[in-house]
Each structure stands twice: as structure tokens, then as C-alpha cells.
Design a protein around this ligand. Structure first.
Ligand code: 13P
Ligand code: SF4
Length: 314
């Protein structure tokens, strides 16, 4: 009953304020269901760039809100919980990354979108897991490249593109916890299941996966593949959309290696709740702000990513 009220109140405020609610696949099911748009990091940036809403409520983590704000400096960008950070973005402090970049002046800098605006300001082109391979391959094979911050994704990209990019040693605390052993245990119970993994997982996990891709790509694969069972090695929020899209199929979340929990959840993503979403729309706070000088630099590599993606039809 209480939840029904919150749902109604959010819908009403959204109309009154011409607000658009955007949610990442790792949000709770109720937030995904009330959102105007649910997508991966690339799709959220693309939607932010073209929305005519006055307010964007980004139900995701801070770097996603920053990306939306950088693309829409004149819009109000809100996030239900301002503490929704990202361990991967935190593994790359801007001052240290700047030193790394400065010590390799002949290198092009490619940064994963899971970075602070300040790191993006030192970047030539931003990528997400939906377009990273194609963007890396858009550079000549001899191009010297720095890739940061995700070490697992960087290694994976090096392996599939034959490049030798210099990697920053960062990781996501959720994806680096998937283990081959736990996935093999699940395979014993579900021998027909295909393993789907996000490229932020460790190399050993990616090696045993039947499909590696971004959240959007994993969802797309599950929809079109004829298999009936899938073991999913990414944050378990994605299972909501998978199950909605394919009610006849069975989706099994891969568990983290060091716990008895069946699912692997991102504690940052899960800070956002329906109640906080309602309060955030009502009070128009917490708002995302990005320093003007940093935003002017950071917008260039983000725009470059959107342009390349558009050309490639991504
Ligand atoms: P996607 O770009 O696949 O949505 O991934 C975002 C993310 O934070 C992965 O942990
Ligand atoms: Fe960051 Fe990992 Fe959470 Fe994604 S799942 S937001 S990379 S901490």
C-alpha cells in the first residue's frame, strides 16, 4: 500500500516537473519499472544527450550522473543517493592518473566511462563496454594507447584486438568477485546453461564464458539465443529485465566467491531506493554538479565516443 503511494507520487511529480527518470540495469526492480528509460552506460549517455526533459533523475551511480550533467550542462541532474559511487571509478584518482598520462606523452588515452569527470578531462576518448572493442579498433594498430581504469576489461580488449595497451590497475569490487569454481559448481547443477559474463570479470571467468558483453549485450544475447538456461556473471539487477523479456527461460545469478549469498549486488547501485527517488524528485536534491573547467574538458572525449558510436550504428 505504502509502495503504491510512492509509485503514484513519483509519477505525478515526474509529470509536473517534466522530469525523465533514467535507470541502469543494476537498479532494483521497482526503480527499473518506474523509469522512463532503462539502459546500460552507453544508452544512458545517449538518452541524456537527446532528452528534452527539464530534469534528469539518474538512478545509477555518480559517474553516470556526471556524464549526463556534462552532456546537459543546462539541465538539472539529480541522483537519489549522492553516495552511490563506484569502486572502479575510485580505483583511479585523477591526480595519479594525470601523472601516468604525463609520463607517456606519446600515448592516446582511452578511458572507460566508469571514471570521475576529472579523469575524463585527461582522456582522448571515453568508451563503455558496449563500444570499447570498436573504438579501440578505430585507431591504427601501431597507435600507442593507455587504457584505464579497469584492468580486466583492458586485458580482455588487448586479447580480442591484438593490441598492447598500457593498463591502469583498477577493478570493480563486484565483478572481480566472480570465480570459476562457483560457476563450475553451478554448471554441474545446470549442465545446459550458457555462461554470460561482463568484461569487468577476471580473465579466467571470461575464458569459460559462452558470451562476454556489456549489460545491454548480455540481455540481447539471452533474448535471441535458443538456450533455455543461462548463468549470469554480472550484477544481479540485470536478471529483472532478462526474466521480463524471456519469461520461459531460466536465469541463474553467479554468486560472489567469498560469500554464501546467491547473488552479487553492487552496494553502491543499491543505495538508491524508491523512497529516495521520491524525495529527490520532490526536493530536487541531491543535484550533480561538475566543475565548469573540468566539464569543458571532459565533454570532448564523451562527445567523441557518442560520435564514433553513432557512425558505427551502436
Ligand atoms: P554497462 O556499461 O555494461 O552498463 O556496465 C556498467 C557498469 O557499471 C558495470 O559494472
Ligand atoms: Fe562500479 Fe562495479 Fe558497481 Fe558497476 S558494479 S557501478 S563498476 S562498483
Amino acid at each position: 500500500m505504502v509502495m503504491e503511494n510512492v509509485v503514484d507520487k513519483i509519477r505525478q511529480l515526474k509529470e509536473e516537473k517534466n522530469a525523465m527518470i533514467m535507470a541502469h540495469y543494476y537498479q532494483t526492480s521497482d526503480i527499473q519499472d518506474i523509469a522512463d528509460y532503462v539502459g546500460d552506460s552507453l544508452a544512458l549517455a545517449q538518452q541524456a544527450a537527446k532528452t528534452d526533459a527539464d530534469i534528469i533523475v539518474l538512478c545509477g551511480v555518480h559517474f553516470m550522473g556526471e556524464t549526463a550533467k556534462i552532456l546537459c550542462p543546462n539541465k538539472k541532474v539529480l541522483i537519489p543517493d549522492v553516495n552511490a559511487g563506484c569502486s572502479l571509478a575510485d580505483s583511479c584518482p585523477a591526480d595519479e592518473f594525470a601523472k601516468f598520462v604525463e609520463s607517456h606523452p606519446d600515448h592516446t588515452v582511452i578511458s572507460y566511462v566508469n571514471t570521475s569527470a576529472a579523469v575524463k578531462a585527461y582522456t582522448d576518448v571515453v568508451v563503455t563496454s558496449s563500444n570499447a572493442k570498436q573504438i579501440v579498433e578505430s585507431f591504427p594498430p601501431e597507435e600507442k594507447i593507455i587504457f584505464g581504469p579497469d584492468h580486466n576489461l583492458g586485458n580482455y580488449l588487448n586479447s580480442i584486438t591484438g593490441r598492447n595497451m598500457l593498463l591502469w590497475d583498477g577493478a570493480c569490487h563486484v565483478h572481480s568477485k566472480f570465480s570459476v569454481e562457483k560457476i563450475i559448481q553451478l554448471k554441474e547443477i545446470y549442465p545446459q546453461a550458457k555462461v554470460l559474463a561482463h568484461p569487468e570479470c577476471k580473465g579466467a571467468v571470461l575464458k569459460i564464458a559462452d558470451f562476454v558483453g556489456s549489460t545491454a549485450a548480455i540481455l540481447k544475447f539471452a533474448k535471441k539465443d535458443e538456450s533455455k538456461e543461462f548463468i549470469v556473471a554480472t550484477e544481479s539487477g540485470i536478471l529483472h529485465k532478462m526474466q521480463q523479456a524471456c519469461p520461459q527461460k531460466v536465469f541463474i545469478p553467479a554468486p560472489p566467491e567469498d560469500s554464501t549469498c546467491a547473488c552479487n549486488e553492487c552496494n553502491f547501485m543499491r543505495l538508491n531506493t524508491m523512497e529516495k527517488l521520491y524525495q529527490c524528485l520532490l526536493n530536487e536534491t541531491p543535484e550533480i554538479h561538475v566543475d565548469k573547467e573540468i566539464a569543458e574538458k571532459a565533454v570532448k572525449p564523451i562527445q567523441r565516443m557518442l560520435e564514433i558510436s553513432a557512425k558505427l550504428g551502436l
